[in-house]
Design a protein around this ligand. Sequence first.
Ligand code: ASP
Ligand code: MG
Length: 405
Amino acid sequence: MPVLVQKFGGTSVHGPERIRAVARRIAEARAAGHALVVVVSAMGDTTDELIALAHRVSPTPSRREMDMLLSTGERVSMALTAMALDDLGVEAISFTGSQSGILTDDSHSHARILAVRPERIRAALDQGKVVIVAGFQGVSPATKEITTLGRGGSDTTAVALAAALAPARCEIFTDVDGVFTADPRVVPAARIVPRLPFTLCAALAHSGGRVLHARCVDLAARERVPLTVRSAFEDHPGTHIVPDDEEGSVEQARVVAIAHQGDVSVLIAEGNAGGVAEARGIVENVHEAFPALQLVAHEQATATHGALVWTGARDDAEQLKARFREVRGPGGEWTLAVEHGAAFVSLIGLGLGAPEAVRAVRALEQAGVALVALRTTPSAMIVRVAGEACEAATRALHAEFLEGA
Ligand code: ASP
Ligand code: MG
């Protein structure tokens, strides 16, 4: 019997009523004959609350202890969900990430999955049980420590389990009806995308699309795990994420969605003494200390002048700025400039080039939005604008590329 992995997000398990509703939904899938693995997130805003709690106790909690703390949120949900199923007469057992055999590297708060050894899950499925797994966590076999996979990581847990239990499908239940052409809170005309190829779904997730964890989509694409995103509350078919080749000819430029990231900090380090080796060292050290900062460019104009650019959250940017000398290590002359409040609006699509850039810039002009920068990748065209202009730019680009004929 092929396995179905269902993942329920924090809103879907927020409180006893919703947990009971989720359990009824799981019981229906079980009655339909599926072998079921269910991944749950922490209830509601539990993870945010635990982070805030930690900071009230200590301004600089260690990443190991943060992982010990945050991993408990999902454990609460898993046990409660199993209890609710029990009440419905459905045999269920809950497992933590480490009991589920989710093995990660040792990078606390941003661990990557190295392997999944789902022996206990298989044994429980063989006994006819529904298996409930705590999302967003694993264990490092090297250090034997509990790790977490980064914010939103339960999606990745679900896809990793589906890949390990192949052939398996994965359904991500969330508080929206599926993947939209833009955030409907910003663009009222946004609509559901019924089918989305993996490549574009990955580009969307990496560009600020909030529905799926970017790493979950990368993993699903690589392992070819069929993935559906749908509402935990409504009976809507949702969005099917499909292999790229099921999408037919893509020679024609095509935009499928607009993603936006509103309050991004941009960090630019410039230096001139140690050349490319020194720049490499800085990239390494910054990654080690601030794994969530995204390196977006490393330009080595000459052997003695380099520039490094990262984007990320304001908090990380401020902290790196304050500690830049210490983090970068000894060496030549480097300065770090930080700008807050940048916005990036991305056209997600294939075959985007100069004609689309011209249309995009004209649409922004007409909306009175000043363009700061534009660049293209194989699956996105990304424009940078001032933070205040983010929503106007998102609406203008959606109207230009996704509304009307
Ligand atoms: N509870 C974690 C978070 O809020 C993981 C998840 O929900 O996927 O980031
Ligand atoms: Mg999520």
